[in-house]
Design a protein around this ligand. Sequence first.
Ligand code: SF4
Length: 321
Amino acid sequence: MKRRYNSLNEYFREKFGKRVQKVTLDAGFYCPNRDGRLSRGGCIFCDEKGSGRGEYGILSLKEQMERAYMFLSKRYGTDLFMLYFQAFTNTYAPLQKCINIFEEGLKEASKLFKVVGLSVGTRPDCVPDPFPEMYASFKGRVEELWLELGLQSINHKTLKLINRGHTLAEFIDAVIRSKKWGIKVCAHVILGLPGEGKEDAIEMARILSALRVDGVKVHPLYVVKGTPLEEMVNEEEYKPLMLDEYVDLCVAFLEHLSPDVVVHRLTGETAKENLLAPDWILDKTKVLKRIEERLISEDTWQGKKLKLGLTHEELCPLVER
Ligand code: SF4
């Protein structure tokens, strides 16, 4: 049976006829929300590895790719790959230097495997002009060119509370300027942030749909040891999500998300030894199964409830009256 949401795997299979595997890379970038430019504490959920595996300094880009290739090609039996510069803020350096790093990555990767895509993760306030124009120059060389922007929440109070250091306006600006150059944009969002509920998830899906983002990466808020969020849990200022609560939020989000948006991810992952709570996020298959089961039992799907304003038919009688 076809999935009830537009998953990245399905999208790749339709386009390339087979699985495409992402190779995640740590190219040694850092983050303005950690080095003191914006703050030193970082986002309240982020540890010192900045969403990566902390590989840079231990392994060169080439070594990271060789290792990933050996593991992924054996595990998934695919020969198509997409490079993903993941750790920290991958545009936080002189722009030409960033482009050179992506170039080098592409050159080295092409010696090992077929690269069909390139993706770069960054913050919305770190996409100055002319970066989108410069980055768009990779378009002829890979079939899928993505920019992954960490938004996390559309609520300005939440963005402050979680110490993101950027606003929704900066996200919108980065999306518009990147899409102008034909770059596909994937928004990273978190469901279950302190003080947020179903209505926030729904409005976020509606805003992303209205903005015509190309993809989303969704994950539940989880507590990593040694982060400010751990202190909030200890102080009983935040209670980690139950699996059922996350499934509720996720289904509501999907129902209000345009069916054209590619869902890159619907759950999070982190190493068991770093995780404080909730422990259900360690079983990725179970989380995805529960979301799928709920979509089936409620006979709902991505975009089922998305409605942006009045239709033409609804509007005309009102105007004529
Ligand atoms: S912007 Fe990213 S890398 Fe920087 S502190 Fe936040 S989550 Fe961590």
